[in-house]
Write a protein that binds this ligand. Structure first.
Ligand SMILES: NC(=O)c1ccc[n+]([C@@H]2O[C@H](COP(=O)([O-])OP(=O)(O)OC[C@H]3O[C@@H](n4cnc5c(N)ncnc54)[C@H](OP(=O)(O)O)[C@@H]3O)[C@@H](O)[C@H]2O)c1
Length: 284
């Protein structure tokens, strides 16, 4: 059954039983010097799930903000990601230790393969390389160093190859989802396979927010286009990861639980195209 978030503090359950706060806070393009302040604000606003990555160069600011927040480590769900240059078993193991050191923690809640090795770059070797990386993820998971493991930007073809060989199934796939880029097939595939979908760029990197259809629906509920985007994702059982460095926007992006889009509105938003977002997730 599709899980749906009912409040900022309610959790979703992953296939291994681990709970995950159903709204996350994104940190892509938050420079290292701003990450500490931004994550401190996000935790004060009420977020309990922070999404970072080795690529973002801000893991140490994120980790320090969590430490100084007064919250216990287990009260904050931290995700990081393995960057593309570190694929393969041994390099993954080393990159994971570096991520832990940067964050100043001894475990991760969720670790993701940031992008799949794909056939365009790696030819017939792509699937084997993804599997080799995944073996390291499985071993780190079995050693108790990560509570849940997953992937990012994997399309159904990448997942199919991984699932055929994996001992432990990925619990999460983080992909680009927003009005204008609905990723219907990838979402359906993941939900059928009990893989939770997280939405990156859930606001279409702000490009979706000036769309008149979204503006009209937002006005009807006395909410904002950003809140309508996030609500549209939550109502599909997707976990959005909005990013803002502005505290008032961080707060705005959490006020999602006092209105419900109709099925017609869900379809109208789902059929929007070309909102000027990135749609970068097109590798095959
Ligand atoms: N796995 C991957 O490959 C991948 C790729 C990209 C992103 N991600 C993750 O997903 C997170 C979200 O994606 P994203 O940061 O690319 O895009 P996003 O969350 O869709 O949009 C962020 C942009 O929207 C603005 N914004 C936020 N809330 C707003 C509001 N209420 N009203 C108006 N503007 C608002 C932000 O500006 P201000 O900050 O100036 O407020 C920023 O420019 C990232 O931070 C990262 O953690 C993952």
């Amino acid at each position: 059954m599709m899980q749906k978030l009912t409040s900022l503090t309610s959790d979703l359950k992953l296939s291994n039983g681990v709970t995950i706060p159903g709204l996350g806070y994104g940190t892509y393009q938050t420079p290292p010097e701003d990450a500490y302040r931004a994550v401190t604000d996000a935790l004060a606003v009420g977020y309990r799930h922070i999404d970072t990555a080795a690529l973002y160069g801000n893991e140490s600011g994120v980790g320090q903000a969590v430490k100084d927040s007064g919250l216990k480590r287990e009260e904050v769900f931290i995700t990081s990601k393995l960057w593309n240059t570190e694929r393969g078993y041994d390099k993954t193991m080393a990159a994971f230790e570096k991520t832990l050191a940067e964050l100043g923690t001894d475990y991760l809640d969720l670790y993701l393969i940031h992008w799949p090795a794909n056939e365009k770059q790696f030819g017939q070797e792509a699937a084997a390389l993804n599997l080799d990386t995944w073996r390291a993820f499985e071993d780190l998971y079995k050693a108790g160093k990560i509570k849940a493991i997953g992937v990012s930007n994997f399309m159904p073809n990448h997942l199919e190859a991984l699932l055929a060989q994996a001992e432990i199934k990925p619990m999460v796939n983080q992909i680009e989802v927003h009005p204008g880029w609905p990723q219907t097939e990838a979402i359906r595939y993941c939900q059928r396979n009990d893989i939770l979908v997280e939405a990156w760029a859930p606001l279409g990197e702000a490009a979706a927010l000036s769309n008149p259809v979204l503006a009209k629906i937002a006005a009807k509920y006395d909410h904002t286009p950003a809140q309508v985007c996030l609500r549209w994702e939550i109502q599909q059982g997707i976990l959005p990861l909005p990013k803002s460095v502005h505290r008032e926007r961080m707060a705005e992006n959490t006020k999602l639980f006092d209105f419900e889009l109709t099925e017609d509105e869900m379809d109208i938003i789902g059929a929007l195209r070309n909102l000027g977002g990135n749609a970068r997730c097109q590798i095959r």
